[in-house]
Design a protein around this ligand. Structure first.
Ligand code: NOJ
Ligand code: CA
Length: 704
């Protein structure tokens, strides 16, 4: 990992009691974003933010409640102010771009209670051109060894009834549909019993982050958190009347608190991304910049890849996870024993997928349902000790599959469905990862379906945050990269641990196969690009070509085929699945795009977009200089103007354009598509016509 340039300048340190207003603020390097800190007459801490002369966050409080200790809320005095400037360029080992600019001005304010117990806290603000991060530091201090946080009260006092794109503040699962409402219309508790989900817990009218908003003046804001380490995940409680969001940490009903930490410690960064244009949110690198530099060094054992899976066939109900044939997707929903459906993970089937992948520039294969236990995992109840991740079903020979794959240049991706029993999983980390090491397997897809055992813990509580981190660290030591499903939310940890390659944490493609509410609507992904995707890479699993989902007459995918191609560019992940069955790709002309499309980028540019409507992104592949463009729209057809001025001038590219046909429509004619070839230079402009639920994908290969 190279640090090209780095400078840190401590501008001034003022000791003791200086509250002069001008010192209690800092601004972004371009001067547009200003954050102010101050104390109320009661000595309560508050901050406010303005952008380009407009207030964005009105004075908003910062306080903590503890167990067995008075709250840290008032009677505070400023003890010390420190201001720093920082600038560096760091390199992403894999990512949306190679070089990342990390430049900010920092204000750190030390606060002390004027009365006993006279505790001290430091609030750090980092002002960037693309937003703001702030966090609390609890420094070492006499008489205070440990704190039990009952809640953190960080407020985001909005300036109006902004339009918001939100999912409910579920303490477990982020696999909800997004809603577009004004802040005053947020009604998260109505989504408590999602029939599609095996675990949900929505105790308040709160939202999960990132939550993205647009003000009446057209400014875009997104609130999230960065570097969630040994702390509880933050949901935001909504005050619909006063347009105020307030942190509500995920708790532990088992332990009776939210966070327990020994001093000294820091909280995660609370983040506000700000951009005039919606597109700017996607190009913001605030979340990764607020994380620590890479701790692992170069992990040359992980290479971004496209992969296939013995996976979609189970979600369609064509085959089962378990050997006896009882664990198909249908059995998950109604629990009847399904007969006559065959086991998916057989040696023979794996070889069939490997042959297909190898012939089509795809270098990974995920195999689910290869180890024993699936037959006992019915109704999600009997879960502790069910899976062991090393014992094959009799029709699967993992060594032979690994050997065969290696011969053909396809590496196996391990699967560990923990069934949300993390204690069982932790006991198995040694054996399960030793098997991977011995077999030379360098990536694993983990899963946490169901309610967490022990009861009273939630996927986003501190206890689980620490579990997910433990797995990531254990995996890194064994040279394994992790793609977690039902994960902890992404907070930019991939900068520190580049083996955190991707995660789910949204309603993925699988919902289209089995959701009882008609699958993901066409606006889903044009919202996801501006919300969930700001947090980090997404294992969405694109590329379904058989969109009517033949074996499932009540389900279909609400996009056109061209949009499925566009998703390889629009939805970023260093591991991209070609999710459909080999037989649906074989001989299909549009499959050429999946063969060609890159997975690791030199740079990415969001060309255009509006939250929930459409988005158009261009990415340059690392090492080849080829470019790929993806555009998607919601249920409305639209024309997108594209200027190719992002291409290097003086070079010609052969463009292959995969676009919606004239009569394409996501409801009844999704397969209508056209492939065109032409020469393109940086001087060219085109109008791209996208159908309802449609998309466009373009590969631009440098002309020899
Ligand atoms: C849910 C995951 O999201 C899905 O991809 C996986 O196939 C099932 N769990 C089984 O582990
Ligand atoms: Ca899932």
């Amino acid at each position: 990992m190279r640090n090209y340039t780095q400078y840190l300048l401590v501008l001034l340190v003022i000791l003791f009691g200086c509250q002069a207003e001008q010192e209690l603020k800092t601004s972004s390097p371009d001067g547009k974003l200003i954050v102010n800190f101050d104390l109320t007459p009661e000595g309560e801490a508050q901050y406010s933010v303005s952008y380009d002369g407009q207030i964005v966050i009105e004075p908003s409080g910062m306080a903590f409640d503890f167990q067995g200790e008075p709250s840290f809320a008032s009677n505070l005095q400023v003890q010390n102010i420190q201001k720093d400037m920082f600038s560096e360029t760091w390199e992403m080992q894999w990512g949306e771009q190679r070089e990342v600019q990390n430049e900010y001005n920092q204000l750190s304010v030390t606060l002390k209670e004027q009365e006993a117990p006279n505790r001290t806290i430091i609030v750090h603000f980092k002002a960037y051109n693309d937003g703001l991060g702030f966090r609390y530091e609890f420094p070492e201090q006499e008489g205070l060894e440990e704190l039990i946080i009952m809640d953190e009260h960080t407020e985001f006092n909005l300036t109006g009834d902004h339009t918001a794109w939100w999912i409910p503040g579920d303490w477990d699962i982020y696999e909800h549909l997004y809603h577009e409402t004004p802040i005053s219309g947020i009604n998260a508790t109505e989504y408590r019993d999602d029939p599609n989900l095996a675990a949900t817990y929505i105790p308040e009218n709160a939202v999960n982050t990132p939550v993205t908003m647009r003000t009446a003046d057209g400014l875009h804001l997104s609130i999230h958190e960065a570097n969630l380490t040994d702390y509880a995940g933050m949901t935001l409680k909504v005050d619909t009347e006063n347009h105020n969001l307030k942190s509500n940490l995920v708790g532990s009903d088992r332990l009776g608190y939210k966070v327990k930490r020994s001093l000294p410690f820091v909280t995660p960064w609370r983040t506000i991304q700000i951009s005039e244009k919606a597109a700017g949110l996607i190009d913001s690198r605030l979340i990764v910049n607020l994380n620590e530099p890479n701790k692992l060094g170069t992990i040359d054992w992980f290479k971004p890849m496209k992969y296939m899976g013995i996976w979609w066939e189970m979600h369609l109900g064509n085959s089962t996870w378990d050997y006896e044939g009882s664990q198909s997707m249908d059995s998950w929903q109604d629990n009847p024993l399904v007969s006559g459906v065959k086991h998916g993970a057989t040696t023979e089937n794996a070889k069939r997928y490997i042959d297909f992948a190898a012939a089509n520039n795809i270098t990974g294969l995920l195999v689910e349902g290869w180890y024993t236990g699936w037959d006992r995992w019915i109704g999600f109840e009997d879960r502790e000790g069910v899976f062991d991740f090393v014992t094959e079903y009799p029709d699967y020979d993992i060594e032979e599959v690994v050997r065969y794959g290696r011969e053909k240049g396809v590496e196996l991706i391990m699967h560990h469905e923990t069934s949300a029993a993390p204690r069982t999983y932790e006991q198995q980390l040694d054996t399960a990862y030793t098997l991977m090491k011995n077999l030379g397997i360098h990536s694993v897809k983990t899963g946490y379906v169901g309610k967490i055992i022990p009861k009273g813990e939630y996927h986003h509580g501190q206890w689980m945050v620490n579990h997910y981190r433990k797995v990531l660290e254990h995996a890194a030591a064994q040279e394994v990269a992790v793609n977690a499903h039902e994960p902890i939310k992404a907070t930019g940890i991939r900068r520190t641990y580049p083996n955190a390659i991707a995660r789910e944490g949204l309603r993925g493609q699988e919902f289209n196969a089995w959701a009882v509410d008609g699958g993901n609507p066409p606006e889903h992904l044009p919202i996801v690009a501006f919300t969930r995707m700001l947090a980090g890479p997404i294992d969405f699993t694109p590329g379904i070509f058989e969109l009517s989902l033949e074996p499932k007459p009540d389900n279909q995918i609400n996009t056109t085929l061209a949009q499925q191609l566009a998703l390889y560019v629009v939805i970023y992940s260093p591991v991209q699945m070609a999710a459909d069955l080999p037989e649906n790709y074989a001989g299909h002309p549009a499959f050429q795009f999946i063969r060609d499309v890159g997975v690791n980028w030199e740079q990415s540019i969001t060309l255009d977009g509006e939250v929930g409507d459409y988005v158009l992104i261009a990415r340059e592949e690392r090492d080849t200089g080829h470019w790929f463009v993806g555009g998607i729209t919601d249920e409305n057809p639209r024309d997108l103007d594209i200027s190719f001025d992002f291409l290097p001038s003086g070079k010609a590219f052969i463009a292959t354009i995969y676009r919606d046909g004239e009569n394409a429509h996501y409801t009844n004619n999704p397969d209508d598509y056209v492939i065109e070839k032409r020469s393109i230079t940086s001087e060219d402009q085109l109008t791209l016509s996208l159908a309802a639920g449609g998309g466009v994908a373009i590969s631009l290969v440098v002309e020899e």
